[in-house]
Structures are given as C-alpha cells and as structure tokens.
Write a new protein. Structure first.
Length: 302
C-alpha cells in the first residue's frame, strides 16, 4: 500500500521507517530538506511541498498527518483539502483535540475526501515495539486502511482497533494520556519516598528490576523507569520541570463536563504545574501564614 507521512518529527520518521520495512511505499514530507533527506535514507521517497506529496501518490491518495495539534494541523488539513480529490483519505495521527475532528471530517466531506482520526501511542519505541492505534471514522474507511494499521501495530491483530465515529480515536487517546499522567506520578512519588529513607540505603535501580518480575505494578512504564534509574539514580542533570502535552488538561476538563470524579489524574496534572513554579508564591504565603498564627519558623530565601 502507498501513503504519505506529512510531518517527520521523531515519531513520524519512525512510523515512516516501520511502514517502509513492512513493504509499503511511503512519501515523506517535512519543512526542512535535511529531514526529508533522512527519510529518503531510511527508504522513503521525499517530497518538499504538499503539492509534491499529492503529485507522487496514486489515487485514492492516503495522507497521514503527524504535525503539532491546533493551528498547524488545521492549516495542513485545510491546504490538503485544496489539493486532494474525491475518494482520497486524510488521517490525523497527531494529538489533536477530539472536538476538532468533527469539524475536519465535515470540511473534508464537503469535497468528497474521507477523514480518520487516529490516536497514536508508542513514542520513540514504536519503531521496534509497534504503535497502539485508537481509530475513529467510518467502518468502511478503517477497513480499507487495515494494511497500514496492521503494519504499524505491535501485531496484525493486536494493539489497534476502530473505537467508533469521528473523534472517538482521539478521545480514547486523550483518556489514555490522562491515565498515563497518574501512573507516572505514582511511580515518581513511590521512588521519591524510598530515596528519602536514608537509613536503608535503598538501591532504587535494583528495586525497579525486582518489580519487573512477578510484581502487580510491572509494566512497560516500569521498564522505562528502570532504564532511567540505570542511567542515573540521582537524576542530577535533569531540571525538575515537567511539561504537559495538553491531553492531560483535556481529560480533566472532560471529567468536569461529564461530572466524573478524576482526582488522581487532576492532581497529577497539578503537580506538573508545581514543577514549573520557580517563584512558588503559594508555598511562600503558606509559610508566612503558619508564622503569623503559630509563630512557626520561616526559612529565609538565599
């Protein structure tokens, strides 16, 4: 099967490479020539504009978009809508908000172009381990794309599936990322508590490897924690600043809208905000209040 990958970031590049290895013809496009050249060296064909992407594909054309969510995705899909023809397919495999999918599907449908949203998980390891694919769109269109999904997934019959109509793929991926926030926070807190127990002199890397076998908490996320601890137990060179992709926020907003309690995911998101607050005015005021009502000691800033 043939398709184009528009957006050759690390994941997009790895997906293109996995597809090429699986026997698919892939046209890769990025804004920088060096990135396109890298895709060519990995077996893909290169394109230096969206017009060239479309010209290199046979109908019905399949274009997989892997660019940042929001305006960049909107602009890319809008441009493709002027270049593609009736019967062509656009797949949004990025981290778009599921609420944008209905709009994209409607805009493309007006020109006879099909749309599929595909929540994609796997990160930098997907090239070897395969990607988890959560797909939203028409059943018949998903069926047509089976060879692509089967190649990208961990196995032809594992790790991928149609979730439902347009938007459902990105919705499920959004919840997936919210759960991920909570799991990561729990691991980080647990290892932090063990690190603080100085009298036991615990080997955190050893513990992570013990837990990898037979433990209830064994998981791929634990495997990644073990990798990180093997490299540096103290994380001396890492600034305690944690970003969020936006999907954790969207999950919390959705929980509020649906009146579903989600305290773990919500607090995990809030803890990421705490990591970025060098000023931490809240903590400063708390210390001042404790001093005011109880005379508790205050540690002066250096």
């Amino acid at each position: 099967m043939e398709l184009a990958i528009v957006g050759l970031g690390k994941m997009g590049m790895n997906m293109a490479t996995r597809l090429v290895r699986g026997g698919h013809r892939v046209v890769g496009y990025a804004r920088t020539a060096a990135t396109v050249d890298e895709a060519i060296s990995n077996g893909a064909e290169g394109a230096h504009s969206l017009e060239e992407v479309v010209s290199k594909l046979n109908a019905p054309r399949i274009v997989w978009v892997m660019v940042p969510a929001g305006k960049t995705t909107d602009d890319t899909i809008e441009k493709l809508s002027t270049l593609l023809s009736k019967g062509d397919i656009v797949i949004d495999g990025g981290n778009s908000n599921y609420k944008d999918d209905a709009r994209h599907a409607t805009e493309l449908a007006a020109k006879g172009i099909e749309f599929v949203d595909c929540g994609t998980s796997g990160g930098i390891w997907g090239i070897s381990e395969g990607y988890s694919l959560m797909i939203g769109g028409k059943p018949e269109v998903t069926e047509m794309l089976h060879p692509i999904f089967e190649t990208l997934a961990p196995a032809a019959d594992k790790g991928w599936g149609r979730m439902g109509p347009h938007g459902s793929g990105h919705f499920v991926k959004m919840i997936h990322n919210g759960i991920e926030y909570g799991m990561m926070q729990a691991f980080a807190e647990g290892f932090s508590i063990m690190k603080a127990k100085k009298e036991f002199d615990l080997d955190l890397a050893q513990i992570s490897h013990v837990w990898q076998h037979g433990s209830v908490v064994r998981s791929w996320l634990l495997d990644l924690a073990a990798n990180a601890l093997d490299e540096d137990t103290q994380f001396k060179d890492i600034k305690p600043w944690v970003a969020d992709s936006g999907e954790g926020r969207w999950t919390v907003f959705e929980a509020v809208d649906l009146d579903v309690p989600a305290p773990i995911i919500t607090l995990a998101l809030q803890m990421r905000f705490v990591s970025r607050d060098d000023e931490n005015y809240t903590a400063r005021m708390l210390a001042a209040l404790r001093n005011q009502f109880g005379g508790h000691a205050i540690k002066k800033a250096e």
